[in-house]
Design a protein around this ligand. Sequence first.
Ligand SMILES: NC(=O)c1ccc[n+]([C@@H]2O[C@H](COP(=O)([O-])OP(=O)(O)OC[C@H]3O[C@@H](n4cnc5c(N)ncnc54)[C@H](O)[C@@H]3O)[C@@H](O)[C@H]2O)c1
Length: 280
Amino acid sequence: MERKTLLPSKKLVNKVAVITGGARGIGAAAATLFAQNGAHVVIADILDDLGAALAESIEGRYVHCDVSKEADVESAIELALRWKGQLDIMFNNAGISGPSGSITSLDMGKVQQLLSVNIFGYLHGIKYAAAAMIKTRTNGSIICTSSSAAIMGGLGGHAYTLSKEAINGLVRSAACELGVHGIRVNSISPHGVPTEILVTAYRELLRKEDMQAEDVSKIVGETGSLLRGRCATVKDVAEAALFLASEDSGFITAHNLVLDGGYTSATSTLSFIYQSTNRE
Ligand SMILES: NC(=O)c1ccc[n+]([C@@H]2O[C@H](COP(=O)([O-])OP(=O)(O)OC[C@H]3O[C@@H](n4cnc5c(N)ncnc54)[C@H](O)[C@@H]3O)[C@@H](O)[C@H]2O)c1
């Protein structure tokens, strides 16, 4: 009998996606995975060279888009509509880490700047994506990158934590309104992915300029995950975004999908004892 090789089926054939912060890190991994799954991807970012090169390699489009500027986000959505006539997936992912340090000496100018990207950027994305999806009667999926910092204190600066918690509220609120149009709104909360944002934070925190992604990976794998030695990769997060973007998650909305290797659910004395007594 002839043996047939089973190829994994593509999950986003002819879907149109806009990904903010898609030039590198989690967004870039999602752009690549979405394209491999048959999607037409618009990368919206401020890193023009990186973003344009990636867009070319996946036969997508790049648009310079500072998500803190409402008109930029509107233009990114318009580009998708002009290009393919529809918008199926909006991945609000662009983010910055903002000021660190004591709450007693927070630089409020930097806080404003962070909120304009991490909260207003997402609000702009949901606003224009929802309007486009409603207009074209698309059962779309809106995904927002939140963070483990929205679940547990001490995993990010105060302003960053505030912004990520706000995103979860916004997701629930938008899901509540948009469900009648068949539009789903969900968030992803990654933890400890060794991308630029996290490596830079570790360099500042530990005052080690030469720290690399592998060093951060090792620290998170050892101390920030119940799955000892394993931290999240950009591919892990991209796969979660693919799930929420595709019909595989068709009945899931207003949900926060946490990718933290169990860290925020079971960081307890007991988990510490298990981890330390079971070391080889
Ligand atoms: N890396 C982690 O451990 C982690 C954990 C939880 C949440 N997150 C979130 O994941 C998202 C992606 O971050 P990453 O880890 O890939 O880091 P990253 O720094 O590699 O990527 C962030 C991307 O956002 C873009 N960006 C920043 N400001 C922008 C703006 N004003 N307009 C448009 N684009 C802008 C950057 O140019 C970059 O491409 C962020 O929202 C971050 O807060 C990351």
